[in-house]
Write a new protein. Structure first.
Lengths: 47, 223
């Protein structure tokens, strides 16, 4: 029969895992943008 | 500008959504009835359908933002449309991945060229074209307005997908004509709970994505 692991849990892990990955990816991206913005404004202040 | 989760409200929303996802999982596993002929495979329904709902909600926001951009000509509507389009397509991809896993035990095959599946795939591919169009470059003002029109046209497909089981003859349908209101309360309430959890998650993701687009715009201005 359609068991718990191969059907329901697999789908739940795919969906929640993808959402989690989305957040981690965007968090790292945000951090990178944030630091580069900070650096650029510091460079502007120096000049 | 602060990091998104340095804002207390956003952090609290993230914690609430995470707890709700765990509660949702426990509820689906232990408190929803087991359907005799589908067993655990039927419980995919509580994840698959809310993912589709959130995808359509994203496309609805793209359409509204498109209209607002064309009327008000304010860039913030384009940012919202882009964020909603990305999240909508993300969930649509999840629907197209989880659907075949559910379909295999029920229909005996992962894919059938029947109305609802075909129109869903068309919508997904249409949005692939939408992102390609946006990334081609050119006059940014013109791209924004044309993307808004594309987003409005794309939404025509959403009611077609939703009503496809009524539009076409029953002989070519694989999706059952299920009336959610006629479902037993254990199924209906669990489904509505899952739908609400996914909707709150969508709101958080949309806020985060809009924040990131603003940060990117700021970064482009500084360069």
């Amino acid at each position: 029969m359609y068991n718990f692991f191969n059907y329901f849990l697999l789908v739940y892990i795919i969906v929640v895992g993808a959402i989690l990955f989305w957040f981690i990816f965007h968090f790292l991206n945000e951090k990178k943008l944030f630091l580069s913005n900070k650096q650029l404004s510091l460079d502007k202040d120096d000049s | 500008m602060k990091l998104f989760f340095q804002n207390k409200k956003n952090l609290i929303l993230l914690i609430i959504v995470s707890i709700l996802f765990i509660v949702n999982l426990i509820n689906i596993i232990f408190f929803t009835p087991m359907i005799a002929d589908q067993h655990w495979a039927q419980k995919i329904f509580y994840v698959h359908v809310p993912s589709a709902w959130v995808g359509f909600l994203g496309y609805f926001i793209v359409m509204i933002s498109g209209f607002m951009l064309l009327i008000k000509n304010d860039i913030k509507w384009d940012d919202t449309a882009l964020a909603a389009a990305e999240i909508g397509t993300f969930f649509m991809a999840l629907v197209l991945i989880t659907g075949p896993i559910w379909a295999k035990p029920i229909w005996g095959t992962t894919w059938i060229w029947e109305p609802r599946l075909t129109t869903t795939l068309i919508l997904f591919l249409y949005y692939m074209g939408y992102f390609m169009f946006r990334s081609f470059g050119g006059n940014i003002e013109r791209i924004r307005r044309q993307a808004a029109v594309l987003g409005i046209i794309a939404f025509i497909n959403v009611p077609i997908i939703f009503l496809s089981v009524q539009f076409w003859d029953p002989e070519i349908q694989s999706h059952p004509q299920v009336e959610m209101a006629n479902q037993p309360p254990e199924i209906l309430y669990s489904f509505l709970f899952s739908l609400s959890v996914f909707t709150i998650m969508f709101i958080l993701m949309l806020k985060y994505k809009v924040h990131l687009i603003n940060l990117k715009n700021l970064s482009n201005k500084n360069v």
